[in-house]
Design a protein around this ligand. Structure first.
Ligand code: ZN
Length: 567
């Protein structure tokens, strides 16, 4: 058993004080490990850089000698010591859906960031004693008695965020004997009736497709910010959602709220239960390389939105908007010529969460979601509507998750091919493992349910005219993306170049508004690291976008299969 006391004195400094005590069990040396990453974000995060002070003491409060073995592993000499106490503090000043944050209004912790496990003793129970203001309430999926939380084993502790504050708003809904909790931290007015109706609908649909829910209760923890934000992190029995601004989450941003919640709930099956064999169990000390990010995030991105549509929470326009967003992100990512979604998923550990070198990689979110749309429709066509991607996921849940096994890349592919035949194998070969153009295959797949792709004008005029995207950054207009072989590329413009003038004038307002007034040619002053020059570009037609539309004439079979698809 490991007893933790968590407290703080000056919340404006954002440092949280931790103290934990444990028996040494007669060991002469003990090792204490802080995680190097967190499940849900497949990159090293090195949380130990937030630790300012660290010390170990025996039962008489005498300091014990210790040294660091790695950047996040401490070793203490515990000879002649029965009980050890470790004291440290942690800088909690990052607010997102998977971080730690402390101020005068709340204490928010993700234990995977800031709490240690004892090497070789990961299975022990953790007791957390929270020293917080008397009027604070605690939101957590851990067992709770007063201000004491408890959980068995580090894996579950790592999956159990905590929010303490005096302004939590709490509601619940029930389904199949399971209580789903909704907790809101931050200024907002939840419309409980609306939330209840919509959340019940998409939860019901997800449970129906899997035939059961993996855990006995579930919590949604909303961190609502006064500014625009959007982020979600999945855990075994809960999810944290960062969303804002608070005054928009029930109207303007409500579709986003539903989108991220349905996505995170789907993760309760897909990644928390249906887990890649490479992460069974998690190794918190280093990279857990796996190539099936396209399953973890691609299937979840696609299915999260599909579940909102098939449960009636999203109408057709709201659903197809999500698919169009995936398509636009795919078409405007020239990394699609370079690295497949499977390879890009593997490289998540390298640079998956940043733009990185130009046009280097695809994404396990939108690109992989489009692959899964193709696989789904091909299975539906091949089986005449008897099976779909839901069948694949249920197979994985029944035959891997519920049997306590991880799945391999081949397992997933083979199950898809079992249901969908050779054409599905080709989708894997060409698009999931390869970098062949998605569009011809996507067009064929969409035909199954009477949909097609039509041209769409790009509203970003610099992209449309010249093939570059620029953003305003600290008052500077900086080029972020350049389409290979576009007029911008051919004239020597590259990412990170700065535009200082357009047609000899300083840039005021939006770039697209200025370009709207231009005809035929535009002259840009481009500043590079060592030089500045004028470049005149002729207006062309780049960056063609496409969008999903319903075909005008559809036959009986397409009508039937469209129903199957959206069921
Ligand atoms: Zn996700």
């Amino acid at each position: 058993m490991i007893n933790y006391t968590i407290s703080y004195n000056n919340p404006h400094r954002h440092f949280v004080d931790f103290e934990f005590t444990s028996k040494t069990n007669g060991k002469e040396k003990m090792q204490f490990q802080l995680s190097a990453w967190r499940p849900g974000r497949y990159e090293l995060a090195d949380f130990s850089q937030n630790i300012q002070k660290w010390g170990a003491f025996d039962e008489n409060n005498n300091p014990l000698p210790f040294k660091k073995i790695t950047k996040d592993l401490w070793e203490v000499d515990t000879e002649h010591t029965a009980t050890i106490t470790v004291v440290y503090n942690f800088y909690a000043n990052q607010l997102d859906a998977g971080s730690c944050y402390l101020d005068e209004h709340q204490l928010y912790l993700n234990p995977v960031h800031c709490m240690f496990y004892i090497v070789d003793r990961m299975e022990e129970e953790f007791i957390l004693n929270l020293e917080i203001p008397e009027n604070y309430e605690i939101a957590s999926s851990m067992k709770k008695e007063g201000n004491v939380l408890s959980v068995k084993g580090y894996d579950l502790l790592a999956e159990s965020p905590i929010i303490c504050s005096d302004s939590l708003q709490h509601g619940t809904y029930q389904l199949d004997g399971i209580t789903f909790h909704l907790w809101f931290q931050g200024e907002c007015n939840p419309d409980w009736k609306k939330l209840n109706k919509d959340f019940t609908a998409f939860t019901k649909s997800q449970i129906k497709h899997f035939g059961g829910f993996p855990v006995d209760e579930y919590h949604y923890f909303f961190q609502v910010t006064p500014y625009r934000s959007y982020h979600g992190v999945e855990h075994t029995k809960n999810t944290v959602l960062l969303l804002g601004p608070g005054n928009e989450i029930m109207d303007k941003r409500y579709e986003d709220l539903l989108g991220v919640c349905s996505h995170e709930l789907y993760h309760t099956w897909n990644i928390k239960s249906i887990r890649p064999v490479e992460m069974y169990p998690y190794d918190y000390t280093k990279e857990n390389y796996f190539r099936t990010g396209f399953v973890a995030e691609g299937v979840t991105t696609y299915m999260g939105d599909m579940m909102l549509y098939n449960s009636g929470v999203f109408n057709w326009d709201e659903f197809i908007k999500t698919q169009n967003q995936n398509l636009e992100r795919h078409l405007t990512n020239y990394g699609r010529f370079n690295l497949s979604v499977a390879d890009s998923g593997f490289d998540n550990w390298l640079d998956g969460y940043k733009l990185g070198s130009p046009n280097r990689k695809t994404s396990i979110y939108p690109d992989a979601a489009l692959c899964m749309l193709m696989v789904d429709l091909e299975i539906i066509r091949y089986t005449e509507g008897e099976e779909s991607l839901h069948s694949v996921m249920k197979d994985l849940y029944d035959n891997f998750a519920l049997k306590g096994k991880g799945y391999s890349e081949d397992d997933f592919r083979n199950i898809c091919v079992k249901f969908g035949g050779l054409k599905v194998a080709e989708i894997f070969e060409n698009h999931i493992y390869g970098t062949q153009d998605y569009i011809p295959t996507l067009k064929t797949a969409l035909g199954v349910v009477g949909l097609e792709l039509q041209d769409k004008k790009n509203t970003n005029l610099s992209a449309q005219y010249f093939g570059f995207v620029a953003v305003k950054d600290n008052g500077k207009v900086v080029i972020k993306k350049v389409e290979p072989n576009s007029v911008a590329d051919k004239n020597g413009i590259a990412p990170e170049d700065e535009i200082t003038t357009i047609n000899g004038e300083k840039i005021e307002g939006k770039l697209s508004d200025i370009l709207k007034e231009c005809k035929k040619e535009v002259s840009f002053t481009i500043k590079k690291k060592f030089s500045e020059k004028d470049i005149t570009l002729t207006i062309e037609n780049h960056y063609q976008l496409l969008e999903f539309v319903k075909s005008e004439n559809i036959n009986e079979e397409q009508i039937v299969l469209r129903k199957v698809w959206s069921n």
